[in-house]
Design a binder for this molecule. Structure first.
Ligand code: F6R
Length: 612
């Protein structure tokens, strides 16, 4: 959600720390702020002009008479409490101007704390839940407590999942950090120490990162009250395989476009890491005994947004290839369903970031109920990867654009590999069949490359639809989740009303919405439901709606029905979601670009959602 950067050390180069904050822009934000301690003075600057806030802060920084400092705190805010105004932008200060805090997460009991502090005379300047932290710490310090002890006691009073970093004017060589579930990493490098919510902030600053342990106040710098460096030395460093270069735009106008083009490599790297050259399974990170996996009688897949849609595709893959019944749910719902789980249930949590709070907390509850768990995530060492019994990493590299593209394909690849492995263990697939399936999946890379390269042809074909405002996406069987993903992409990038339906459901209600202003995007696979889908297209046509059909090369059946046919290469129907989703990602991106929207930072969205 919110992004946090903190640095402490003699002669910090403020511009490079600010650059670290900029690297967190991709998480999504509406306002940003910094606090700097230099020569014993605490300076605060904030900007709340949405995505231009970083430029405003950069201008402010370069206009200052100083370019170095002892402490810098930075924050990008994605609002949960209070509008994206200047007053609500972090860092927040206490009444004396000594304490500066940045916070990510939600303080569930902030109303009581605020009322209590107001009664004792504290003046609040914002509507945020975060500001209570500064005032509570002010009281602790006034009472003579050491900063780390004071923050520890304040933290005990805060209910909820969060991470906090604190700077104190009266302790200019010290930075304090603490977290519960929300992400917070620490690093030290060449007499400088850092906190950040997310590894990309550090990539150019440090080589080794550590996760701040939960509920422990870590003190960095030459703090009198503790030695963060010594604590970090006792922790296992996280292995981050990305370099700062990985996150650079490579001649593309947006990360969204770049990442869409990186999909074939993201998919290949993910799938090939899970098999030998001879197409045998490589599952060393699964950490679940094959004997236990053989016993699995039910699979549950949970995730949010695009990851949830990958899970829906995964259901068809696991049921078809391993013949195990699968349930799929959005993580935020599953957690409260009072689910029925036991040791014979395998729960798969999917999350690109590995930090979506709802997926982590839902998975934790599944573990408590005795289920076996696997995380599918793109971030090595992320919380989800550590919570689960085993991990399958997607190897898509950093995904900067808020809207996911390449990681979705990598997730489907990982699910495909897992489904084949389960099928093999269960004896549903003979060894030669499972090898054939793995080879087939790997070969999808070539078809994905061909598909991604067709985007320019599609642009010209889509001109007639660019100003339409109502879209329906339809598909059947494992193309229905693809339709859902197409509608999600359209909503989040182009802000156009878009709904997805299983094509057979149209006639049970939604068809009433169709008229000559509506556009229906239909996914026509070359599968056993092909002819039924054609009947559904006739129903659409008869209502006068515009019809875009995604069909495979050589299938001429939609030519007389559709206004536009977007072509993809033919493949085994089981793997067709990998190709079908590409034109939908492209359609949504193209609509947004033509309308002048920022493809990488859609409004109101955050890349990493660490609140419930
Ligand atoms: C959509 C999108 C979001 C995420 C969702 C889950 O393009 O990116 O819907 O898929 O917030 O995020 P992760 O996968 O990080 O758990």
């Amino acid at each position: 959600m919110c992004g946090i950067v903190g640095a402490v050390g003699a002669e910090l180069d403020l511009a490079s720390i600010f650059d670290g904050l900029r690297r967190l822009e991709y998480r999504g934000y509406d306002s940003a702020g910094v606090a700097i301690i230099h020569n014993g003075e605490l300076e605060v600057a904030k900007a709340s002009v949405a995505r231009e806030s970083m430029d405003v802060l950069a201008d402010w920084l370069s206009a200052q008479s100083f370019s170095t400092g002892q402490v810098m705190l930075g924050h990008t805010r994605w609002p949960t409490h209070g509008a994206p105004t200047l007053a609500n932008t972090h860092p927040h200060l206490d009444c004396t101007g000594d304490v500066a805090i940045v916070h990510n997460g939600i303080i569930e009991n902030f109303r009581e704390l605020r009322a209590e502090l107001q009664e004792r005379g504290h003046a609040f300047r914002s509507d945020t839940d975060s500001e209570v932290i500064a005032h509570l710490l002010e009281e602790s310090l006034r009472g003579g407590e050491r900063p780390a002890d004071g923050l520890g006691r304040v933290f005990e009073r805060l209910v909820g999942h969060m991470s906090i970093v604190v700077a104190l004017r009266s302790y200019p060589g010290m930075l304090l950090g603490v977290r519960r579930t929300s992400p917070l990493l620490a690093a030290t490098h060449a007499h400088q120490s850092f906190f950040a919510s997310d590894a990309p902030a550090f990539l150019a600053l440090a080589e080794q990162f550590y996760e701040v342990p939960e509920d422990v106040v870590v003190v960095l710098g030459d703090g009198v009250a503790g030695d963060g460096g010594a604590l970090l030395a006792t922790l296992e460093p996280l292995s981050i395989e990305w370099s700062s270069q990985d996150a650079v735009l490579d001649g593309f106008a947006s990360y969204y476009e770049m990442e869409l083009h990186q999909s074939p490599e993201a998919f290949y790297d993910t799938v090939s890491a899970l098999m030998t050259l001879d197409h045998e399974a490589v599952v060393d990170q699964l950490s679940i005994d094959p004997y236990e996996l053989r016993r699995i009688r039910k699979v549950v897949i949970i995730g949010c947004g695009t990851s949830y849609h990958a899970g829906l595709v995964g259901r068809y893959l696991v049921e078809h290839l391993a013949r195990i019944p699968v349930e799929v749910d959005v993580a935020s719902e599953y957690r409260y369903r009072d689910p029925i789980l036991d040791a014979d249930t395998l729960v798969i949590g999917i999350s690109q970031s590995g930090e979506s709070l709802e997926t982590i907390t839902a998975l934790r509850e599944c573990i408590a109920s005795g289920a076996r768990t696997i995380a599918i995530t793109n971030v090595i060492g992320s919380q989800l990867s550590r919570v689960a019994d085993g991990v399958l990493y997607t190897r898509a590299g950093p995904e900067i654009s808020v809207a996911s593209t390449k990681t979705h394909l990598a997730q489907i690849g990982a699910l495909g590999m897992l489904a084949i492995y389960l099928g093999e263990l269960k004896g549903v697939l003979y060894p030669d069949e499972s090898k054939r399936r793995r080879r087939e999946l790997l070969e999808m890379t070539r078809l994905l490359r061909i598909t991604v390269q067709r985007q320019d042809d599609w642009h010209a074909m889509l001109a007639d639809y660019l100003h339409r405002e109502r879209f329906f996406f339809i598909g059947r069987n494992l193309l229905y989740p693809v339709a859902m993903e197409g509608a999600l992409k359209m909503k989040e990038l182009s802000y156009i009303a878009a709904e997805a339906y299983p094509a057979g459901e149209l006639k049970h209600g939604p068809i009433a919405m169709l008229d000559d202003q509506a556009v229906v995007v239909a996914l026509l696979g070359k599968d056993r439901l092909h002819d039924k889908m054609l009947s559904n297209l006739e129903e659409v046509r008869a209502r006068g709606a515009k019809l875009i059909v995604v069909a495979v090369d050589g299938d001429t059946s939609p030519d007389d029905l559709a206004d536009t046919v977007l072509r993809i290469p033919p493949s085994d129907a089981l793997w067709s979601p990998l190709l079908m989703v590409v034109p939908l990602q492209e359609l949504a991106g193209w609509m947004a670009q033509v309308r002048g929207y920022d493809l990488d930072k859609p409004r109101n969205l955050a890349k990493t959602v660490t609140v419930e």
